[in-house]
Design a protein around this ligand. Structure first.
Ligand code: KG4
Ligand code: ZN
Length: 332
């Protein structure tokens, strides 16, 4: 399978065998380009995808030691994501599929993040529980089989990744927010308390807008009083509160629904404090934990190849033709 990913600021193309074995996973990141703007500029992202996608394909085939003739299907992210950025990947994939007479498999980006776990853990099979934590999603899902899932809980407002990015911006750490908070938090202490007890505590749902606003209000008050801010302590305290509420809910859900295996998916699953806390909580509760390696947590083509493989093999409704178009607000 060829897996093509261009939904945001990475252009990535991978060659994946049997949905689990990564032969290549080339990633051209645009982080340096967007850093000076303080965030991803959609038009700039699209233009850079156009500039590099052909070379990324060449490198990916070369690294895998295959030619396009060895590829059985072309899998591409068609949503969710930035409209123009998706357009580049989808149209590139369509052109390739048409020219080489290969099936085209349209892949849901978030389902791709979940399938990164099959690459990481070669024996992993549904059913299992998955914590999806990304720039646009925060959800606890029951993965029923390779194609279907059931929602157990989710954010009622902002996604966790959005909260990391916003807090990084207001505290002056800038883009990319998640990794910067992760790094800075290691120099700080959890000595600030932003979240209060809430009715959500007993449920599997979470809310991040309250936490985000509490951090912003704290910073404003400090500024008005001309008091110094300890950025590392703010990062560490925010990170603890954002992560702790999820870990508790995931473990509780695994117990209530009788799951032995827990997984994580999405960019925020790269967070070192989340990985550490989840590991501790799962060990304590006799749960098996799988999470993708750092490179497979953030956007990459391999996860799209893995998810596309499942669709091609198992989904009789999969769209194989060239009629697919990008869907920026595609739901899970
Ligand atoms: O999964 P992803 O690519 O987004 C969507 O597909 O929606 O993840 C991007 C998000 C961003 O919000 C980014 O700040 C966050 O993942 N992220 C992190 C870390 N690395 C990436 N958040 C916390 N700690 C990290 N180390
Ligand atoms: Zn993503």
């Amino acid at each position: 399978m060829l897996g093509i990913e261009s939904s945001c600021d990475e252009t990535s193309i991978a060659v994946v065998k049997n949905g689990r074995e990564v032969l290549s996973n080339e990633i051209a990141s645009q982080i340096d380009i967007h850093t000076r703007f303080g965030g991803v500029v959609p038009e700039v992202a699209s233009r850079n995808h156009i500039l590099c996608i052909n070379n990324v394909l060449k490198k990916s085939l070369e690294t895998a030691g295959v030619t396009i003739d060895d590829i059985d299907a072309i899998c591409v992210t068609y949503g969710a994501g930035l409209s123009g950025a998706l357009m580049v990947g989808v149209n590139f994939a369509k052109g390739l599929a048409f020219a080489c007479n290969k099936p085209l498999v349209a892949v849901n980006h978030i389902k791709g993040h979940i399938s990164a776990n099959y690459i990481q853990n070669k024996t992993l099979k549904p059913p299992f529980l998955c914590l999806v934590v990304s720039g646009g999603h925060t959800a606890i899902l029951k993965i029923d089989d390779f194609l279907h899932h059931t929602l157990i809980g989710q954010t009622l407002d902002d996604a966790i990744g959005e909260a990391f990015d916003k807090v990084a911006r207001v505290v002056g750490l800038g883009y990319p927010g998640g990794p910067k908070i992760d790094k800075e938090a290691k120099n700080g202490e959890y000595n600030l308390h932003f979240v209060k007890k809430s009715d959500l505590d007993k449920t599997y749902n979470v809310s991040y807008s309250g936490l985000k606003t509490a951090v912003i209000n704290y910073l404003h008050t400090k500024e008005q009083n001309h008091e110094p801010i300890n950025v590392a302590d703010v990062a560490c305290s925010f990170e603890h509160e954002a992560v702790d509420m999820l870990v508790e809910k995931v473990v509780r859900a695994a117990k209530e629904f009788g799951f032995k295996t827990v997984t994580m998916a999405g960019g925020v699953a790269a967070n070192s404090y989340l990985r550490e806390q989840m590991q501790l909580a799962c060990e304590k509760n006799n749960l098996e934990l799988t999470y993708p390696s750092l490179i497979l947590c953030t956007d990459n083509g391999a996860m799209i190849g893995a998810e596309g493989y499942n669709n091609l093999i198992l989904d009789s409704n999969v769209c194989y033709d060239l009629s697919v178009s990008p869907n920026p607000s595609l739901k899970l």
